[in-house]
Design a binder for this molecule. Structure first.
Ligand SMILES: NC(=O)c1ccc[n+]([C@@H]2O[C@H](COP(=O)([O-])OP(=O)(O)OC[C@H]3O[C@@H](n4cnc5c(N)ncnc54)[C@H](OP(=O)(O)O)[C@@H]3O)[C@@H](O)[C@H]2O)c1
Length: 346
């Protein structure tokens, strides 16, 4: 990975100090845009590690990683190169990783975390998330029909055992913040009731066609920072996450019209909307011009109040990452993963 050219700031870099941030309840500041690193089973680890270096050279300071993406060892090499250059200090970066579903057992959590930390070449993480609230596993690259024969519904006592291991990581100074991902209001209420250390961030699917207004507001009201995944509507998501009824954010007439007015790509409007609404989008790209554009969109605040209101009106409640591969025997359909009736199915 380490190229012969020493890491440096790009000549067309954006000023990292101009990138807005959100303040989490500890007072720490999370940059409002992060680089996603899930290659949707389509992009290689080397391409993604290169995009991490590109992003940091362009002014990104926030990287969203996960053990299941299978590329943390390569991202670690990229981070080592960046940090050894002296251009960026560790404390300038916000690095997130996530505990994968097959490591929820009490004895597995800390070793899984240590593996991520070691592969990333770091001595602490800014944020460690439980990737999904279920211990249900799928192998990389599976299709939508794949099921884990041991899959179970959400079991709160078990989730809390996993959470308490994350709390230990905070106590040990190995993680600055812990958080959740793919949660619902009923599950978060239980966690907030029982956690000693409350979640700092909740990572959730958020884009103009899936705005999750109730969950978004609940999270904000609890002082939790919402991190929005698939902010452009994940046009390259794995085939298992595509269904015929899915809508396409970047083809929405409202998004396209605003983009034409601003002379930008519709993706730019999606990122600007996310930042101006108040969440932290984590767009993925391996293309330099897209990586730069996604950071630029966060700095310029180009949308008017009327634009924001118009985009609020195009929510289609279209969840893209439905999670079918995490279903358990006896579940009705993917909506059971999301407590759509306000009740956690057992
Ligand atoms: N917590 C979770 O369970 C979870 C789930 C999903 C994702 N995530 C995180 O969220 C990140 C982002 O989600 P995602 O990859 O699903 O979706 P996304 O960021 O909405 O979509 C990425 C795709 O959008 C296109 N794109 C990006 N920037 C663009 C630009 N400026 N102009 C035009 N097109 C642009 C690219 O498509 P082309 O390659 O075709 O150009 C890119 O592959 C992931 O990498 C991961 O870190 C987390």
């Amino acid at each position: 990975m380490s190229g012969s050219v020493k890491f440096s700031t790009a000549s067309d870099a954006l000023d990292a100090a101009q990138v807005p941030f959100r303040t989490v309840y500890t007072g720490a500041r999370i940059p409002v845009v992060g680089l996603g690193t899930f290659g949707s089973d389509r992009f290689s680890g080397d391409e993604i590690a290169a995009s991490v270096k590109t992003a940091i050279s362009l002014g990104y300071r926030h990287i969203d990683c996960a053990a299941v993406y299978g590329n943390e060892h390569l991202i670690g090499e990229a981070l080592r190169e960046v940090l050894s250059s002296g251009v960026v200090r560790r404390e300038d970066l916000w690095i997130t990783s996530k505990l994968w579903n097959n490591k929820h057992a009490e004895a597995d959590v800390i070793p899984a975390f240590e593996k991520s930390l070691h592969e990333l070449g770091l001595d602490y993480l800014d944020l460690y998330l439980i990737h999904w609230p279920f211990p249900n596993y799928h192998a990389p690259g599976v299709d939508v029909t794949s099921r884990d024969p041991h899959a179970v519904p959400y079991i709160h006592d078990n989730y809390m055992k996993t959470w308490h291991q994350l709390e230990k990581l905070v106590d040990q100074g190995l993680v600055r913040h812990i958080g959740t991902s793919n949660m619902t209001i009923p599950k978060l209420k239980l966690l907030l009731r029982d956690a000693r250390i409350k979640p700092a961030c909740n990572e959730m699917e958020l884009h103009p066609h899936f705005q999750q207004p109730e969950l978004y507001q609940f999270v904000v009201d609890q002082g939790i920072v919402p991190i929005g995944y698939s902010p452009i509507g994940s046009p390259r998501r794995p085939d298992r996450d595509k269904t015929p009824d899915d809508t396409v954010d970047i083809e929405d007439p409202v998004i396209v019209r605003i983009a034409e007015r601003l002379n930008v790509h519709p993706a730019y409007v999606c990122i600007a909307w996310a930042v101006q609404r108040g969440q932290v989008p984590i767009p993925f790209s391996v293309k330099r011009e897209q990586i730069r554009s996604n950071l630029h969109a966060a700095i310029t605040m180009p949308l008017t109040e009327a634009d924001m209101q118009e985009i609020a009106g195009i929510d289609k409640n279209c969840r893209l990452i439905k999670g079918q591969v995490f279903l358990w025997n006896g579940a009705r359909d993917w909506e059971d993963l999301w407590d759509v009736d306000g009740v956690i199915p057992s």
